[in-house]
Design a protein around this ligand. Structure first.
Ligand SMILES: NC(=O)c1ccc[n+]([C@@H]2O[C@H](COP(=O)([O-])OP(=O)(O)OC[C@H]3O[C@@H](n4cnc5c(N)ncnc54)[C@H](O)[C@@H]3O)[C@@H](O)[C@H]2O)c1
Length: 303
């Protein structure tokens, strides 16, 4: 299989690249290294340092003609999306539209799009399921939702095959403090520097933390299943930030200083996703428990 991973030098994309290469795939990466790093890139992959919006990217896709495109390159910072919505829309919406357009021309067999729980906004249910009406409260959530709509309409009008995966908060080795769901990366970095953990708001807000390898397995499963479906990828287990701090305390083995500050605009109070559809359609379930994933991540940051 020939695969293209946009954003393959980033956190999730680099782990996906590793798994694809281990399974014998030929992997090409398009990444402009804004948040990604060459250090993350598997040496067996071909890295094209390009912006997804550039003509050269389009030419690469036309030449490589991948069987499957995992579209992960994005502006991933919620706060930046609020400060600069035009930049966010240009990378996330225009970048996606150009990509799917050229994918059709290049005869790509399938696009697997990385979307987010941020499309739901404030969920009315304890666990948001895929049939909930999207109602984002940040431009990042909005640009991801708009990209999803383009992909669906593109299928209707031009027949491109797709799966949309909406991840909850992803964490694990190689994550940087900048990205979406970066709270664990920030806490790990502060822990190892001996700095206090800074909690926005009360710390009672819940998140659904999913380990990166589980997200990668969902992407691989979507290569063969889930055509024209939108599927949550999550643990379906809410964990409060205070509970996260408690678990980190256990792993760290000594008391951690915690400081509280104001809530941030665009941050959702509680976010947890139902994952039954992923089980039914992709035969996928999360395998890594929070304590196991946190321990692996803690060890990574210690090195
Ligand atoms: N991390 C999470 O918790 C989470 C949750 C939901 C969805 N997602 C989505 O998953 C995908 C991967 O996220 P991540 O956490 O690995 O973030 P990341 O920042 O580590 O990876 C994004 C990659 O895209 C690259 N990139 C950004 N703009 C680009 C452009 N214009 N052209 C080419 N490359 C560009 C960056 O350099 C980086 O390598 C994103 O689409 C993100 O929206 C992430």
């Amino acid at each position: 299989m020939k695969a293209l991973v946009t954003g393959g030098a980033g956190f999730i994309g680099s782990h996906l690249t590793d798994m694809l290469i281990d399974s014998g795939a030929e992997v090409h990466i398009i990444d402009n290294l804004t948040t990604g790093s060459i250090k993350n890139v598997n040496p067996a992959a071909t890295l094209h340092i390009e912006d997804i919006n550039s003509d050269s990217s389009s030419q690469i896709i036309q030449t490589v003609k991948p069987d499957v495109v995992f579209h992960m390159a994005a502006q991933v910072d919620v706060q930046r999306s609020i400060a600069d919505p035009a930049f966010d829309a240009n990378v996330n919406i225009v970048g996606t539209v150009q990509l799917i357009h050229v994918c059709k021309q290049a005869g790509v067999g399938k696009i697997i799009f990385s979307s987010t729980s941020a499309v739901y906004g404030v969920s009315k249910k304890e666990r948001a399921s895929e049939d909930a009406l999207p109602s984002p409260i940040s431009y990042y959530g909005l640009s991801k939702h708009a990209s999803e709509c383009y992909i669906r309409l593109f299928h209707e009008l031009n027949g491109i095959n797709y799966t949309i995966l909406r991840y909850s908060n992803v964490y694990g080795p190689r994550q940087t403090a900048k990205g979406e769901g970066g709270v664990i990366a920030i806490f790990m970095s502060n822990l190892h520097k001996g700095l206090p953990l800074f909690v926005h708001g009360s710390g009672n807000q819940n998140r659904d933390f999913i380990f990166v390898q589980d997200v990668v397995r969902a992407n691989i499963a979507a290569c063969r299943q889930g055509n024209q479906e939108t599927i949550n990828i999550s643990t379906a287990l809410p964990t409060s930030i205070n509970n996260l701090v408690h678990r980190l305390n256990m792993i760290h083995g000594s008391a951690i200083d915690v400081a509280h500050g104001p809530e941030r605009p665009g941050d959702i109070m509680d976010s947890c996703l139902d994952n039954l559809k992923a089980e039914q359609i992709l035969a996928w379930r999360p395998k890594v428990s929070l304590i196991e994933g946190l321990t692996q991540t803690y060890e990574y940051y210690r090195k």
